[in-house]
Design a protein around this ligand. Structure first.
Ligand SMILES: *[C@@H]1O[C@H](CO)[C@@H](O)[C@H](O)[C@H]1NC(C)=O
Ligand SMILES: *[C@@H]1O[C@H](CO)[C@@H](O)[C@H](O)[C@H]1NC(C)=O
Ligand SMILES: *[C@@H]1O[C@H](CO)[C@@H](O)[C@H](O)[C@H]1NC(C)=O
Ligand SMILES: *[C@@H]1O[C@H](CO)[C@@H](O)[C@H](O)[C@H]1NC(C)=O
Ligand SMILES: *[C@@H]1O[C@H](CO)[C@@H](O)[C@H](O)[C@H]1NC(C)=O
Ligand SMILES: *[C@@H]1O[C@H](CO)[C@@H](O)[C@H](O)[C@H]1NC(C)=O
Ligand SMILES: *[C@@H]1O[C@H](CO)[C@@H](O)[C@H](O)[C@H]1NC(C)=O
Ligand SMILES: CC(=O)N[C@H]1CO[C@H](CO)[C@@H](O)[C@@H]1O
Length: 342
């Protein structure tokens, strides 16, 4: 008996907590999303073209507003001209999130950076990532989990895709800046703040985190046309490497968490390179009239191919078709990362 206790103490003191080995994507019925335009979905109580619910000037919402807020599926309901990756991943495309088999509660705000500490807001109504999390834990979490103090960690997944605006907005910054002397140090400052804000979710009981890395912004239409793309490949790889390291560190310092990192850049650049395999015929540019209300039917009248033929929806966003391909791969990734146990 003494021996067993002694051994437990030694193990407890020496090892950082082991990652949970009972994550199972098939058990997840609640996906909570935070991020920017790549993840935003339109809601009936949202800021048009920007959010599911509220904005920085209408930061609070009532339980009734939250529970009656519906996901709207239309051309501007995402930044992609159609359903986005979290909608494909959950199968929650429109209507009340609570009616979906895998519920999607999406607090991503188009144009969001990580915070305002080091980056200016796009608009006075923009809700940065760290404030999306505060908004959720203050106004939504107590409503969605009224009877339990904690969500069931086995049944919920927090999906995080942020940094696209940060790396884009800061691409021309010069150093020193904010006590850092290069991009890598600067990115780490931003990413540290991102992970600090996850403490709110950890305290609320969430344990499964999916971090989605930056996409292939180095291959945007404008970046393909220049010998000095911004952001460039090394900047994106630096950001993604730091993201992966911070995620690993969070897992090792937070008991009971499962932290997954999806390498979006590697995957999307392979789609880009093999575009025709996926029915994509145009990777170089986007249809200038991508947002014409009748584009789906009348693309030819605008001198364009069908929307699904494009990799890029506009100057900075991927098409819904690419979101669908991405979501399928994220789904496979989550299955691979699942334990065999039920
Ligand atoms: C939302 O986007 C559509 C299409 O670009 C545009 O017509 C509409 O004016 C936008 N709404 C707001 C409030 O910005
Ligand atoms: C970071 O630097 C920018 C530009 O100098 C400045 O506006 C901002 O306030 C600084 N942020 C912090 C937290 O010091
Ligand atoms: C990317 O941009 C940074 C900052 O301008 C520069 O230092 C670096 O050399 C560039 N990398 C590549 C591969 O062009
Ligand atoms: C991430 O951590 C590994 C192992 O500690 C280290 O070799 C690597 O340089 C780190 N990457 C970044 C981008 O900091
Ligand atoms: C294209 O797809 C093939 C098969 O899926 C894969 O082996 C290859 O690495 C891809 N090419 C690039 C450049 O990603
Ligand atoms: C790609 O799309 C743009 C805009 O529709 C068009 O101008 C360009 O010719 C297309 N490129 C190819 C290779 O089809
Ligand atoms: C990044 O910046 C470029 C240049 O300003 C812009 O064209 C592009 O739309 C931006 N990307 C996103 C995702 O906003
Ligand atoms: C839906 C809603 O409450 N919208 C308000 C958001 O904030 C602005 C500025 O305070 C108001 O004008 C809107 O009515």
């Amino acid at each position: 008996m003494k021996f067993v206790i002694g051994l437990m103490l030694v193990l407890g003191a020496a090892a950082s907590p082991a990652p949970r080995d009972d994550f199972n994507w098939r058990d997840i019925d609640f996906v909570l999303a935070f991020g920017d335009s790549y993840t935003y979905v339109q809601g009936t109580f949202g800021h048009q073209n920007y959010s599911f619910i509220g904005d920085a000037l209408n930061y609070s919402f009532t339980p009734t507003q939250l529970l009656s807020n519906k996901i709207i599926q239309d051309q501007t309901g995402t930044s992609a001209g159609g359903p986005n990756w979290v909608e494909f991943l959950t199968g929650c495309f429109s209507g009340l999130p609570s009616k979906c088999r895998t519920q999607l509660w999406d607090f991503a705000f188009a144009g969001a950076d990580i915070s305002t500490s080091y980056m200016p807001l796009h608009h006075d109504y923009t809700i940065p990532f760290v404030d999306q999390i505060k908004q959720y834990t203050t106004y939504a979490h107590p409503v969605l989990y009224p009877r339990r103090s904690n969500p069931n960690p086995k049944k919920s997944l927090v999906a995080l895709w942020i940094g696209i605006n940060d790396i884009n907005d800061s691409a021309k910054y010069t150093f020193p800046r904010n006590g850092t002397s290069n991009f890598a140090e600067y990115y780490d400052l931003l990413i540290a703040e991102m992970f600090e804000s996850l403490e709110n979710l950890y305290s609320a009981g969430y344990r499964n985190f999916l971090v989605v890395g930056l996409p292939n912004l180095d291959q945007s239409p404008a970046n393909q046309k220049t010998s000095t793309p911004l952001p460039n490949l090394s900047m994106i790889q630096s950001f993604n490497g730091l993201l992966a390291n911070r995620s690993k560190a969070f897992q090792s310092t937070h008991r009971g968490t499962k932290n997954l990192v999806f390498d979006t850049h590697a995957y999307l650049s392979s789609i880009f390179a093999n575009a025709s395999t996926y029915g994509i015929t145009n990777t170089t540019s986007f249809c200038p009239r991508y947002n014409a209300p009748d584009i789906a039917a009348n693309y030819a009248a605008y001198g364009c191919s069908a929307p699904d033929a494009y990799f890029w929806y506009n100057s900075g966003h991927i098409t819904s078709h690419v979101h669908r391909i991405l979501a399928k791969e994220v789904d496979s990734f989550l299955r691979e990362q699942s334990s065999g146990r039920h």
